[in-house]
Design a protein around this ligand. Structure first.
Ligand SMILES: Nc1ncnc2c1ncn2[C@@H]1O[C@H](COP(=O)(O)OP(=O)(O)O)[C@@H](O)[C@H]1O
Ligand SMILES: [Mg+2]
Length: 224
């Protein structure tokens, strides 16, 4: 499965969720995982560096590919060599993001509470629509990251997406939890902390489980 974390906005949690999902698939599912850092900022690469220094081995393979043409050609070469590919697709409308969408099975579009604006949605939806010309099987799902404990945002998000034909709302929010930055900073997933934040772990696991059971088409009716 190729999963791309795709958003033209920065700071929404693409890298955080991408690295945590990559590690989740390695340690919980024993999958052979390729993590593609397609962001020039290289934050996922930094994470892998820290992780390698700390653990001796990252457990996954990391490549940094930031040029659109290279993302596509390399992914075509690599896609059958790994069980799963997780792509951190950078925080702007880049060639790398567009290329990632032309090969991904699933695009996860993280949003932060109250930033569920139509403008950003339309932009990402347009990119998904364009990618589907080449990659008709692409399914895009928006999720809330850094969710407030009250959860009012969930219904607002579902509402904002109700009319969207390209992106469905996936009701698997991830809360704002210190465990994410704390673990990121030492190259670990939240699942590996010495004293794990169980809520963070459960949210990550739930999201990861949902990805494996998503329908093979984009059904808007029930939000997935
Ligand atoms: N669920 C979360 N809870 C708390 N902090 C988070 C969460 N997700 C991301 N962050 C923090 O928010 C900041 C931006 O996240 P990042 O993954 O780098 O976003 P992006 O890759 O979209 O630019 C980072 O400092 C990260 O540690
Ligand atoms: Mg990032």
């Amino acid at each position: 499965m190729i999963v791309a974390f795709a958003q033209t906005k920065g700071g929404v949690g693409k890298t955080t969720l991408a690295v945590n999902l990559a590690v989740e698939r390695v340690i919980r599912r024993r999958r052979d995982v390729l993590l593609v850092d397609a962001d020039e900022q290289g934050t996922a690469t930094d994470f892998a560096c820290l992780r390698g220094e700390r653990l001796g081995s990252t457990g996954f393979t990391l490549v940094q590919l930031t040029r659109g043409a290279t993302v596509r050609t390399q992914l075509l070469t690599l896609k059958d060599k790994f069980d799963d590919i997780v792509i951190d697709a950078g925080g702007r409308d880049s060639g790398a993001l567009r290329a990632a969408l032309t090969l991904a099975d699933i695009a996860i579009v993280p949003f932060q509470p109250r930033s569920f604006d139509v403008w950003t949605l339309d932009k990402v939806a347009a990119l998904v629509g364009e990618a589907k010309v080449i990659n008709p099987g692409l399914r895009a799902f928006a999720i809330i990251n850094c969710a407030d404990p009250q959860g009012h945002d969930n219904s607002a998000a579902a509402e904002a997406l109700a009319e969207n034909t390209e992106i469905a709302y996936l009701d698997s929010p991830v809360g704002r939890r210190k465990a994410f930055p704390n673990c990121n900073a030492i190259g670990l997933s939240v699942l590996e902390a010495s004293q794990p934040d169980l809520k963070a772990c459960r949210e990550l696991e739930r999201l990861a489980d949902r990805l494996d059971t998503l329908p093979p088409f984009l059904s808007i009716d029930d939000g997935v």
